[in-house]
Write a protein that binds this ligand. Structure first.
Ligand code: 5AD
Ligand code: SF4
Length: 441
């Protein structure tokens, strides 16, 4: 029997955080692993990696070198590299570093224990990046991590092949879980204090599955079913794609009151020329139509998005169109990325002709506008009442609890322990860029 002390380090998106939980639960089910908080106390290091940009890739190799310099490796230490870098670089990782012993792709997590046992026995480097089916057997998995909100993967993978993006290659084609299995999992979570669900997938609104009786179930159908679960009070989802944001989904905002008044909808650029080069499959007019239809149904709805700056051939004129879009839609806190060419994608063959300093300038300009929007939104929130989901105590002062509004603002307020896990109303009386302060009403 082996006994391993495991340290797990996670980079990247929410899907990766979710996968790290899967890894933890998979290994814990064998009773031969103990999880530790520091790599210093471990003899099995799991790196759950991201490869979306070059920088994400470099971070992993720099981390390994840092550990090597700190001399934390001995001949019993096993290093296992999981996540998107495993499926992106495959066995090239072995030639780039001799510090990795096992490579395990995101769809092979259920084989990780076998790989570790095999490595201990034969001391031969191993790789498993097979594309297995999406795991349905995760009802029990989350039992250890009961909080008040939980991610639930409903689909994985992507068929969109945006010209810059590595995800379809690292995560494979879109695969949707069975609706019965998702509903069972959410019912189980709701009986364990979870009241907010965040549906997870690379393109959640491309969700497309069938009930056991053969009847089709799309994303809106799934939202309707989840809404019927009494104890679930709030529903979020991430990430959706404008291409699949159809009228059926838009109209569901009229009658699904548990859907939050907030939507993260990646736009990437405000210029149709760049959207076409990116292979995004929509025009900026179509994107705005979605936003305005939603605002017609819910006038107070807020939006966040993703931008890529410095995509090949993005001129100042194209960039100004993105700035105009930000001013028009008044995006709330959003993500900005500098374009990073990824081998294997279509845009890798385009000349990366916007120099780094220019990318940085465009990044900063967008950031400035977004921060202006954020503080304007905060000002509008001042003296108004919002429902927040109470998540925990303030670390600085235990007399304060905190929770989040539908647009993800952290709000601190004075309150007692019995409010934890509840939806409460607070009136905002003080604002800063990132936090708000409120009073129970
Ligand atoms: N370069 C820069 N940003 C990228 N993204 C995806 N691929 C790249 C890339 N090659 C960004 C997109 C996407 C987010 C998850 O990451 O904005 O929406
Ligand atoms: Fe990548 Fe585009 Fe798929 Fe999003 S939709 S994961 S950006 S290929």
């Amino acid at each position: 029997m082996i006994y391993k002390k495991v340290y797990i380090k996670t980079w990247g998106c929410q899907m990766n955080l979710y996968d790290s939980n899967k890894i933890i639960n998979h290994l814990k089910s064998f009773n031969t692993y103990k999880f530790v908080d520091s790599y210093k106390d471990s003899n099995l290091i799991i790196l759950n990696t991201c490869s979306i940009r070059k920088k994400s890739e470099l971070k992993v190799f720099n981390y390994l070198n840092k550990l090597k310099k700190l001399k934390i490796f001995n001949n019993k230490t096993i290093v296992c590299l999981c996540g998107c870098l495993a499926t992106h670089l495959k066995d090239k990782i072995f030639s780039r570093t001799n510090l990795v012993n096992i490579i395990c792709g995101p769809k092979s997590i259920q084989n990780l224990n076998n790989l570790i046992i095999k490595f201990v026995k034969y001391k031969k480097r191993l790789i498993d990046i097979k594309n297995r089916n999406i795991s349905e057997n995760i009802n029990k998995i989350l039992s250890d991590n009961v909080k008040i909100n939980s991610f639930v993967t409903i689909m994985e993978g992507c068929n969109k092949f945006c010209s810059y993006c590595i995800v379809p290659f690292t995560r494979g084609f879109e695969l949707s879980r069975k609706p019965e299995s998702i509903i069972n999992q959410i019912c189980y979570l709701s009986k364990n204090k979870i009241i907010e669900i965040n549906l997870l997938g690379q393109n959640v609104n491309a969700y497309n599955s069938f009930f056991k009786n053969g009847i089709k179930c799309d994303f809106t159908d799934l939202l309707c079913l989840i809404s019927k679960i009494n104890k679930i009070k709030r529903i979020r989802f991430t990430t959706s794609h404008p291409y699949n944001f159809n009228n059926k989904l838009i109209n569901s905002y009229k009658y699904l009151s548990k859907l939050v008044n907030f939507l993260h909808l990646p736009v990437q650029s405000g210029s149709n020329k760049i959207l076409k080069l990116m292979g995004r499959k929509y025009t900026i007019e179509y994107y705005k139509e979605i936003i305005y239809k939603l605002l017609y149904i819910r006038p107070n709805m807020l939006f966040s998005t993703d931008f890529i700056v410095g995509f090949p051939n993005e001129t100042e004129k194209d960039f100004l169109m993105t700035l105009d879009l930000i001013k028009e839609i008044k995006f709330d806190y959003s993500y900005i990325f500098m374009y990073s060419p990824r081998q294997g994608t279509i845009s890798f063959n385009m000349i990366d002709n916007i120099d780094n300093n220019e990318k940085k300038r465009r990044f900063k300009e967008i950031k400035k506008l977004i921060i202006e929007n954020v503080s304007e939104i905060n000002k509008k929130m001042l003296f108004n009442i919002y429902k927040i989901l109470v998540e925990g105590f303030s670390k600085k002062d235990f007399s304060y609890l905190f929770g989040r509004t539908e647009n993800n603002r952290k709000v601190f307020f004075i309150g007692k322990k019995n409010l934890l896990g509840k939806l409460v109303s607070v009136k905002i009386y003080k604002i800063s860029t990132y936090y708000l302060y409120g009073k129970l009403v």
